[in-house]
Ligand binder design. Structure first.
Ligand SMILES: [Zn+2]
Length: 334
């Protein structure tokens, strides 16, 4: 229930070589893992790194991201799972006090976020975002000041979705709140959402993601036929087409999302191009200083502090750098 129900064991960097003072830094903290279950937490963290670094756009910008795990023991395994929200009624004494059933929704997995933020800052002061890995196979997660995810099937998909909320301010693109066709979620209230990946405005000239929409694509691109229910039809345009698709931000109508599907709508899908662009822009891929050795046998990148350089390639004839990255010529053929 509190920090008297466990101990912080320490931190370990598990991904990245970016300079610590410039990196985008993710900290994973365990909750509901007993002292004897720390290996399971370590394995879950490795799974997160693999998922992140193989998912666009992280597969291209992963070098700019450092990932740490913070091992924390809990007295009990698991998390609270209140019966009032449809759970088993289980309770668990854990360091960050994780519980399913937030707002009466079982899958909404919450924790003591101030304790999480304090612990992350004490262990990895430069952290950008903290994610709590909760030792339960009940499906759940949340994205707020800290993100949470459980070890249900597809756990890393939940993690990437919640990271989209907590680190990048992305909205949920799905068209319901508690699930399916509940009442009270027919039409989105007036007022443009602040998030970059949902909108009420489909005017081409002022559309948030107008840069992504081809002139020939109709706006709106798909409209919900019956606002009493979620539009479950397949896309009428090829996958990956950017436009305005009605049904987003917990409402069946009036709010629009940028593509028919996206990881912020449904797990197992790629991030849409608007979400990818936001992630890439906000990760702040750091600029590097690179150098070629005098005999042109190696290329080194400066690590950003002290006198440390890391070999990244070579041999090379010449180096050219631009907004698109670093290019080297073949030393013998140019
Ligand atoms: Zn999206």
């Amino acid at each position: 229930m509190t920090t008297s129900d466990g101990t912080v064991q320490g931190r370990t960097q598990i991904h990245g070589t970016a300079a610590r003072n410039r990196a985008f830094t993710v900290v994973l903290l365990g909750d509901g893992f007993t002292a004897a279950q720390q290996t399971a937490f370590n394995t879950a963290c490795t799974g997160f790194v693999t998922a992140l670094t193989t998912t666009a756009p992280y597969d291209r910008i992963g070098r700019a991201i450092n990932i740490w795990r913070v091992n924390v023991t809990s007295t009990d395994a698991g998390a609270d799972d209140p019966a009032a929200a449809g759970g088993t009624g289980a309770t668990a004494r854990t360091y960050f006090d994780s519980t399913f059933g937030g707002n009466g929704i079982r899958r909404l997995l919450l924790c003591n976020s101030s304790t999480v933020l304090q612990t992350a800052a004490a262990q990895v002061p430069e952290f950008t975002v903290a994610l709590v890995v909760v030792n339960s196979t009940v499906y759940g997660g949340s994205g707020g000041s800290v993100g949470t995810y459980s070890l249900a099937d597809g756990a890393t998909e939940i993690a990437l979705h919640e990271l989209g909320h907590s680190a990048y301010g992305l909205a949920d693109e799905y068209a319901y709140y508690a699930g399916g066709n509940e009442t009270g979620h027919d039409t989105h209230p007036a007022g443009e959402p602040v998030e970059p990946n949902v909108t009420l405005k489909t005017d081409r000239s002022s559309l948030k993601w107008g840069w992504a929409v081809a002139p020939a694509t109709a706006l709106p691109t798909m409209s919900t036929p019956n606002c009493a229910t979620v539009d479950a039809r397949p896309s009428t345009v090829p996958a990956g087409t950017a436009g305005c698709f009605e049904g987003a931000h917990y409402y069946h109508c009036r709010a629009f999302r940028p593509e028919h599907n996206c990881k912020m709508r449904e797990l197992g899908n790629p991030f849409c191009q608007v979400c990818r662009q936001v992630i890439q822009a906000r990760t702040k891929v750091t600029k590097n200083i690179c150098a070629l050795t005098p005999n042109r046998d190696a290329v080194y990148r400066y690590d950003g502090s002290g006198t440390s350089w890391t070999r990244i390639g070579g041999p090379a004839g010449q180096l050219y750098a631009g907004g698109w990255g670093l290019v080297a010529t073949n030393p013998s053929s140019g």
